[in-house]
Design a protein around this ligand. Structure first.
Ligand code: SF4
Length: 295
């Protein structure tokens, strides 16, 4: 029995899950090597919570929350790694407890999605997982290797297509500026190529901001990685939006971005490009400063 929802370590969720019930299914991240990510660098060590504990938390929320629960998000960073039969059990239990649920969502990295494979993903989709948030970050293999993402363009495409094939909504994250000044061109070219092949439901834009306790911060200090200026980031954004041949929702729902670029492709392309062109005319000093983030 529990007297409330139990959380361990940092709890992150996509902005779109701000009103969702958050029940921790896993603790930490099994990968934990990305050089730009500070979330679990100081722990806790990765762990999958026992099914019974997760169920207890779900039941507690059902019995104690007064407001209607419409969506459930299962942190932490890579719940897709749970044993398929356990995750299916959790999904079925969740749907039974909350019959009016509109969405069940998790984070999952491409390499773990590919490892899961088509048959297991079908079971997970059938049991009720409705959306997965994947960190593409970049489509460029050199950048992916440099930031130790643990995947390649090929793996990212394979994972994205698998998710789409089983009918789970796919949300892909892109980090503008992740190639620094050296690979800005390749970063955008390869990211466009990757996203065009996947055609995800959502493309979520983030802007690279160095964070405390991250290896990439050391590279910046030694001059090996140079952060893009606001105008350079806007140029990446422009090229991305201009060249994507997808039918995706574009969302820049994050504090790191210099401007909000939101809309559906292809129909809102012109409007989004106009928004970026307008922003480029502003002096760089009018945008947020580059600072070291701590969250
Ligand atoms: S970015 Fe995601 S996969 Fe990479 S270390 Fe952070 S939580 Fe783990």
């Amino acid at each position: 029995m529990t007297n409330g929802l139990r959380y361990k370590g940092p709890i992150y969720r996509p902005p779109s899950e701000a009103y969702s019930l958050l029940v921790q299914a896993t603790i930490g991240c099994p990968w934990n090597k990305c050089t730009f990510c500070m979330i679990y660098k100081k722990g806790p060590k990765f762990k999958i919570r026992p099914v019974e504990e997760i169920k207890e938390d779900l039941l507690w929320a059902k019995n104690n929350y007064q407001y209607p629960i419409n969506a459930v998000f299962f942190p932490s960073g890579n719940t897709i790694i749970m044993k398929t039969e356990d995750f299916v059990e959790i999904l079925k239990y969740t749907k039974k407890l909350f019959p009016n649920l509109k969405r069940i969502t998790i984070y999952g990295s491409a390499q773990y999605i590919v490892k899961k494979g088509l048959d297991d993903l079908k079971k997970i989709a059938k049991a009720g997982l409705s959306r997965i948030h994947v960190g593409l970050e970049s489509g460029d293999d050199i950048i992916l290797k440099k930031v130790k993402k643990g995947s390649t363009q090929e793996i990212q495409i394979k994972a994205g297509l698998l998710i789409k094939k089983v009918g789970i909504e796919l949300s892909e994250y892109v980090v503008l500026g992740l190639g620094g000044k050296k690979r800005t061109k390749e970063h955008i070219q390869e990211t466009i190529k990757t996203l065009n092949k996947i055609n995800p439901d959502f493309i979520r834009i983030r802007t690279f901001l160095p964070k405390i306790n991250t290896p990439i911060l050391e590279e910046i200090k030694f001059g090996e990685f140079q952060i893009l200026s606001p105008h350079e980031v806007l140029s990446e954004t422009y090229n991305l939006i201009k060249n994507l041949k997808v039918t995706s929702q574009i969302t820049s729902d994050h504090y790191t971005n210099y401007i909000g670029v939101n809309g559906r492709l292809p129909e809102d392309r012109k409007l989004m490009l106009q928004t970026i062109q307008k922003a480029v005319k502003k002096d760089e000093s009018s945008f947020r400063e580059i600072y070291i983030g701590n969250q």
